[in-house]
Structure formats: C-alpha cells, structure tokens
Design a protein around this ligand. Structure first.
Ligand code: GDP
Length: 300
C-alpha cells in the first residue's frame, strides 16, 4: 500500500544506521528518537500522539531491557514496533453483533470520506459470511446520495431501503427508523445506515446524526475517515466523537499516497478501535484492520 511509503522508508533508514552501532549510548538513543519524531510529524501524525509515542520509546530504549540486550539496535526496533501496535489500538477488534438481530450499524463521516462505498463493501463482505444485510439510505442531504447507495447496493447484491427519489428533503431520522423496522419485518439480520456528511464538520448535520443514533440505538457507530485528511484528522475525529460517540473507525483510501497521519492518530486520540481498512474503489477492497500487521507494514 502506498500510504506510509515515505514514513516506512525513513524509519528503515533510521534503523539501518542504528544497526551499525554496537552498544548504544544515550546520545544514540536520543538521535534515533529525534529522527523517528521528525518522520512521524512529516507523515502528519498528530503532535500529542507523536510526543507520547516518542517519550515511551525513549524511556524504554534507555532502560534496562536495551542495556542488557545482546542486540540493542534490534531491541529498539522491537520497542518501536510494540509502541506502534499500541497506538494503533493493540488487539484486533472485530465487528460486534447484537444478541437479538438485527444488528444495527450506523455510518458517519465527512462527505467524500468513503461512507457510501464502505456501506457497499461491508454489505458484500457480510453477505459472503452468510448474513442478510439491509442498506438504509438516510443521507437525504445530497440529491444523488440515495441513488449512489442504490448503485452500490445492486453491485453488492444487497437489499436496500430508500425513500422515494425526488421527495424533497425528507426526514432522515424517520428513514433510519423505518429502515430498521423493515429489516426486522423482512428478517434481515444486519442493518447498515448511511448518513449525510458535509465537507466540513457541521453542527446541524452532527445533530441530525446524533438524532439518528438516539432513534435507532445502533450496536456499532462506525466513523469513516479518509487517510488523506492529514492534520485535520484530530479535529474531525474529536468532533464526530463528541457528536455521535462512535464505537469504531474505518480508515478509507489507504491505497492512496496519503502520508498516513490520520491512520496513526485516530485510534490513539479517540481511544476507539480501527475495525476496517478500505483500500480501493472496488467493493472487494476491504480488510479487517490488524494493528500488528499495520505496524509491520510500516516497519518493513
Ligand atoms: P461518501 O460521500 O462518504 O459517501 O463517499 P463515497 O463513498 O461517495 O466516496 C467518495 C469517493 O472516494 C468516491 O469516488 C469513491 O470511489 C472513492 N473511494 C471510497 N473509498 C475508497 C478507497 O478505499 N480508496 C480509493 N482510492 N477511493 C475510495
């Protein structure tokens, strides 16, 4: 994946230089930590995350575990790896299903973040696993949004609940509620609700999303965030956390040449796990997110 390419190259270079040394002096450790810090900041990782990360790496790298190691440089790489896994959320977190179906999954995020595409990807993957998802078109803000979800649903071979097109603005909360009711009646075991997003965080739309959340009491609220968003990741993620209190994150467009800062900041800033990585425009370009695999990709 192109994302993290530069960061990965720079860390590789840093570790190559470190491996040339035998025992490490505190100055070696400091120099390495400084380089890691610069590389992370250049990759658009949020400052508080970088500070916390480098402080932990420094403390551990100067500590006993490295002093006593046969191969100190390797030990430092190991520490960086472990701390990267930690900021990416530690353990893999899977989608949570309701004990009594339907499981209700609500999507939130900025316009263009990849929500609608993700809805289709998720529906397709769930169908492959034997589920019967119903997509619900509660994005009534953009004229074309319902239509777009219809296209995605038909590509995914998934059922869809949508208000009649051309019906004015409509009430997205009612659409969401009716969608869940329809799922219950038609025995779909999962409901995926697509909601409206604007280019920037918007109080009115956030309230709409919060109202939908209250009305349908979802099992998961997934916040879709574009990996290209750069330094805006922190403010956007915090605004959505406050607004809809999401339960998990979907990172989209990890196939692009984003610098990856959003990916490396969001779990740590919000304390919410990244559950999926979206890696292309095709409906099959979706992977469960594994913090340890992502860390290895960055450090390889
Ligand atoms: P929404 O406004 O949040 O519903 O976003 P869309 O699902 O409409 O996606 C916006 C654009 O991003 C579309 O052109 C999608 O094809 C594209 N897109 C979505 N996910 C990905 C991804 O993982 N990788 C790439 N390269 N493009 C994506």
């Amino acid at each position: 994946m192109a994302t993290f390419g530069t960061l990965s190259d720079r860390l590789t270079e840093t570790f190559r230089n470190l491996r040339k040394k035998g025992q490490l002096t505190p100055a070696d450790v400091d120099g390495t930590v400084r380089e890691i810090r610069r590389a992370l900041l250049d990759a658009d990782v949020a400052l508080p995350v970088v500070k916390d990360f480098t402080a932990k790496v420094r403390e551990r790298a100067l500590g006993d575990e490295v002093n006593r190691a046969l191969n100190p440089a390797q030990q430092v790489v190991q520490i960086v790896n472990e701390e990267l896994i930690a900021i990416l959320g530690g353990q893999q977190r899977r989608l949570q299903f309701a004990k009594n179906p339907p499981t209700v999954i609500m999507l939130a995020g900025l316009q263009g973040s990849g929500k609608t595409t993700f809805a289709g990807k998720l529906a397709k993957q769930l169908e492959k696993d034997g589920h019967t998802p119903l997509l619900v078109a509660a994005d009534l803000q953009r004229p074309n949004a319902v239509n777009q979800l219809q296209v995605v649903a038909s590509q995914a071979g998934a059922a869809i609940y949508a208000p009649e097109p051309g019906n004015g603005v409509g009430d997205p909360v009612k659409v969401a509620k009716d969608g869940v009711e329809t799922a219950r009646r038609q025995q779909h075991d999962i409901v995926i609700i697509d909601t409206a997003g604007r280019l920037g965080v918007d109080a009115e739309l956030m309230k709409q999303a919060a109202d939908i959340r209250k009305a349908v009491d979802p099992d998961e609220v997934l916040f879709v965030i574009d990996a290209m968003i750069g330094q805006d990741a922190v403010n956007t993620a915090k605004a959505f956390q406050e607004g809809v209190d999401f339960t998990g994150v979907v990172l989209s467009k990890l196939d692009g040449d984003a610098r990856g800062g959003a990916a490396l900041s969001v779990a740590s800033i919000t304390g919410r796990p990244i559950i999926f990585a979206s890696t292309g425009e095709g409906l099959d370009d979706l992977e469960p997110f594994h913090p340890d695999r992502m860390a290895s990709r960055i450090l390889d």
